[in-house]
Design a protein around this ligand. Structure first.
Ligand code: M6R
Length: 584
């Protein structure tokens, strides 16, 4: 949700910042901009559209200190004027977050005769810093932040003053030193190969960067120290590795995500069992794909641990008055650990006395600071906006947690990596993709665990291909959606549970008899032969029914990917979306 990066050091700032923006582009790609100081003057370029449009303009920016921004628009259209950086007087800023009281601040500024160029909330920040500037940018930034309500990671530079000033509240800030200068960014992987260690700033922190290093300050501008973490992100994490898109690369990393997550769970299992002791009720919360992994996990907790389990979208949970008892365990699931709704839901639950566990792919994220315990998803850095390998990792972590809570044998999960790999190597889903892209609507059907996969399939397909689609519990079809079925619609049914296969086959027959186009994705040979010749069938490796969601997920992810490519979409950067939704 907007990426920011700053650099000050020995190198030319513009190409350094440009390289960082390319790595941060998954956070937003509505517009991009860079401002560079040569010690006396600050010059900037900014344009609507993708970061690479800036490449030809970098020569206009000379100097060794600068800031950059890639935008996911919240206030104001995604055009050149609303692109960051924003400037007021000698002050230039980039901002990630939302200023909730910007309208009131703007009215006040206009009454004082100050002027604005853009429709953004962010421009008021530049305006306030400029108003409070008395020769040093950091105190002016602090005074400005005292007026702001909302979330922000701000980088500010001032004409004639060396250094980059930083402020953080609820939006991530990572700072590190490299061989040739000092860096600040929204995310660790942007600093892969540049900084061996990074410092994760905390809410309320300020920082000041010079070519020699950085200092962190608290809200009263007293110096504070924050621990340095090893930067585990590698340059290859932010490289397509020979694949045409990150999405495909990341789907093919799913077996590894499952394997590494199983290994990582070994390191926290004891702590988890101790923390979860006495759990009488589990609440699983997440957004988007993480929510869908929670839906599958509900079955895990109910079946393996026999505890009552509820699933909530985090955005709804945070605004209800939840019933929390001393035995309530809230499990907040988030790839990024930054999603505002999930972080706030976890904070609410913790504040009301629940035990809270973070299940996340981001070990130093905001969510981990709220939770009493973190269970890692070891999927590795995920670039594509559409979550794929992290979903697999979430399912693996949640499976193991449910098994540990119930005291059951987790060994069936050990087959997951090889089954996913076999599915990816052997399946041919092109005919189903062709069917979907030539349809006026796609319905994904499934029962029980396959219903969670159907919802995830639908989210993935709509997200990257923009095809109209829905996920339905197969039994629900006849209660309404069947009215939509005709020769221009496709139903893709997912069947992996032998006990429910017959019931799911009924749904497929109902679609066939109404003239709909039909595909079946199954791990069951008998289902494949029942529909051979009457439907497009994708047969996946047979596996344990609780492991099947990890295998069927790979199939529906590839299906979504193929559809996007057939339609000429860029699956890595779906329109209107960003990877980390750090605003409401
Ligand atoms: O980082 P998170 O797991 O908290 O993100 C939650 C959703 O925003 C995310 O899963 C989103 O739905 C993905 N783009 C789905 O592919």
């Amino acid at each position: 949700m907007c990426g920011i990066i700053g650099y000050i050091g020995k190198k030319a700032a513009a190409p350094t910042i440009y390289g960082g923006l390319l790595r941060l582009e998954y956070r937003g790609y509505d517009s991009a901009g860079i401002a560079v100081s040569d010690g006396r003057k600050v010059r900037q370029v900014k344009l609507a559209g993708r970061v690479n449009l800036l490449e030809g303009r970098l020569s206009a920016l000379c100097g060794n200190a600068g800031i950059g921004h890639t935008r996911w628009a919240t206030h104001g259209a995604p055009d050149d004027v609303n692109a960051h950086p924003h400037r007021a007087g000698k002050i230039t800023i980039v901002h990630n977050g939302i200023i909730e009281n910007y309208a009131e601040l703007k009215r006040e500024a206009l009454a004082l005769g100050e002027t604005f160029l853009s429709e953004t909330d962010s421009e008021v920040i530049a305006c306030l810093i400029n108003r409070y500037y008395r020769g040093k940018i950091l105190p002016a930034l602090k005074e400005a932040c005292g007026r702001l309500r909302g979330s922000y990671a701000i980088l500010a530079i001032c004409e004639g003053e060396d250094g980059i000033a930083v402020a953080k509240n609820k939006s991530p800030v990572v700072i590190g030193c490299g061989a040739d200068g000092t860096y600040v960014s929204s995310d660790i992987p942007a600093l892969a190969g540049l900084c061996g260690e990074v410092c994760i700033a905390e809410d309320g922190d300020y920082a000041f960067l010079t070519a020699e290093g950085f200092e962190i300050y608290d809200g009263a501008l007293n110096r504070v120290s924050r621990p340095m973490q090893k930067n585990r992100a590698l340059p290859e994490d932010v490289d397509k590795g020979g694949y045409p898109h990150f999405m495909l690369k990341e789907i093919y990393r799913s077996p590894r995500a499952a394997e590494d997550t199983v290994r990582a769970f070994g390191g926290v299992k004891q702590k988890f069992c101790k923390y979860a002791e006495g759990t009488g009720r589990v609440i699983l919360a997440g957004c988007g794909t993480a929510y869908n992994s929670c839906l599958a996990a509900r079955r895990y907790f109910e079946s393996f641990a026999r505890v009552p389990c509820e699933v909530e979208t985090a955005g709804e949970y945070r605004y209800k008055n939840p019933v929390i008892t001393p035995s309530t365990l809230v499990i907040a699931v988030s790839q990024s650990g930054e999603t505002a709704d999930t972080v706030e839901a976890a904070a609410l639950a913790r504040g009301r006395g629940a035990k809270v566990i973070a299940v996340t792919n981001a070990p130093f994220s905001a969510l981990t600071r709220i939770a009493g315990l973190t269970v890692p998803v070891a999927a590795g850095f995920e670039v594509c906006v559409a979550a794929t390998k992290s979903y697999t990792g979430q399912l693996a972590a949640l499976y193991l947690m449910a098994k540990a809570l119930g005291g059951g044998d987790p060994s069936p999960l050990e087959e997951a990596p090889s089954k996913i790999k076999a599915a990816l190597d052997d399946m041919d889903i092109c005919a189903v993709a062709d069917m979907c892209v030539h349809s006026r609507g796609v319905y994904f059907l499934g029962r029980d665990l396959d219903y969670a996969t159907a919802l995830e399939a639908s989210l993935k397909l709509k997200e990257v291909s923009y095809i109209q689609c829905e996920g339905y519990a197969a039994g629900e079809l006849k209660h309404g959606a069947l009215a939509l079925i005709d020769g221009e619609k496709t139903a893709v049914t997912i069947i992996s549970d032998p006990a429910l296969a017959g019931k799911c086959e009924n749904a497929v027959e109902q679609v066939i008899s109404r003239g709909g186009k039909v595909a079946v994705i199954t791990t069951l040979a008998q289902v494949a032969s029942a529909f051979g010749g009457r439907a497009e069938v994708v047969l996946l490796p047979q596996c344990d029914k609780y492991v099947a969601p990890l295998v069927t997920a790979a199939a529906v992810q590839v299906l979504a990917y193929r559809c996007a490519v057939l339609l000429g979409r860029n699956p890595d950067m779906p329109r209107n979306l960003a990877k980390s939704v750090t605003v409401e």
